[in-house]
Design a protein around this ligand. Structure first.
Ligand code: HH2
Length: 283
């Protein structure tokens, strides 16, 4: 078998072609889709539509991480997401990842049928997170963030953003392995927009091959982010999906395997076309 992630039970997620992860935020305040999916009745059809558009995974979260966002406690995150996690898994057998930094939320979501964990703190927020991932044997996304969402965009500075993001991710991957997580289950993510200026984001996007060279699968999350609005002059976040698809194409050519996006179809198409081109390169 080629590169893949092991999911609970007998299932696997192949990384032999690009994986599109559809975003489902069950939050009132996310920056581009906040308040859209107030409950399972609204969220479940949205997940179905993303699967029909070619999403491989649905990433469900109950806490916004936009700059300045307030923290949401575990009980409230569970109240927001669990009915939808259950519905999406039971109705369509979807692969669900849970977007949370709290082990209690991750555990409840895994019990409700989620198959992987997306932790934007890379296991730093809750010391119980990496041991939980190890115990359950599920894949985990470890994302780079400088600071916390409350303050991360207050004048972020790096000497060498590419080296610093790479080194922190390698440290967090090592911490996960030390906690008992299998190395091949660890996905790394540069955390575009998390404590980074437009210049930092572009340097990271130009050097994705550095992360790919680590051997860990790489996930990219650029969808609708502010730096894209700056580059194309688009203040409405929901009109940044073509700009997002351009980053997906660039990511595929650099060897990135997973793409976390709001609008699945343009990114599915961009990924599939660039992947077909890349697979015709001369060895
Ligand atoms: N970006 C956001 C949230 N979660 N997870 C990973 N692994 N990588 C990312 O880049 C990433 C993420 C922010 O986007 P969104 O979910 O649309 O907004 P909000 O945090 O306001 O809910």
């Amino acid at each position: 078998m080629g590169m893949h992630l092991d999911l609970p039970g007998p299932r696997t997620l192949s990384l032999d072609r690009p994986v599109i992860v559809g975003v489902l935020n069950l939050t009132p305040d996310s920056f581009s889709d906040g308040g859209r999916y107030a409950d399972t009745d609204a969220a479940a059809p949205a997940a179905r539509a993303m699967l029909d558009d070619g999403a491989d995974v649905i990433d469900i979260g109950g806490e916004s991480t936009r700059p300045g966002a307030a923290r949401i406690d575990a009980d409230e995150q569970c109240r927001r997401i669990l009915p939808t996690v259950e519905a999406v898994v039971e109705r369509w057998g979807a692969i669900v990842s849970v977007d949370t930094t709290l082990a209690a939320v991750a555990q409840a979501a895994l019990d409700a049928g989620a198959a992987m964990v997306n932790d934007v703190s890379a296991g730093r927020d809750d010391p119980a997170m990496l041991p939980l991932i190890a115990r359950r044997g599920v894949p985990v996304v470890l994302m780079h963030m400088r600071g916390r969402p409350a303050t991360m965009q207050h004048n972020p500075e790096y000497d060498d953003v590419v080296a610093e993001v790479h080194d922190l991710l390698m440290q967090r991957a090592a911490a996960a392995v030390a906690a008992g997580v299998e190395a091949h289950q660890i996905v790394i993510d540069p955390g575009i927009g998390f404590g980074k200026t437009t210049e930092h984001n572009l340097q990271l996007l130009a050097a994705l091959d550095r992360l790919v060279a680590s051997g860990h699968p790489v996930l990219l999350g650029t969808s609708r982010k502010r730096f894209l609005g700056e580059l194309v002059g688009e203040t409405d976040a929901t009109r940044r999906d073509l700009a997002t698809a351009a980053t997906t194409a660039a990511g595929v050519l650099a060897g990135v395997r997973l793409f976390r996006v709001h609008d699945v179809k343009p990114n599915r198409h961009a990924a599939d076309v660039t992947f077909a081109i890349a697979s015709h390169r001369n060895p």
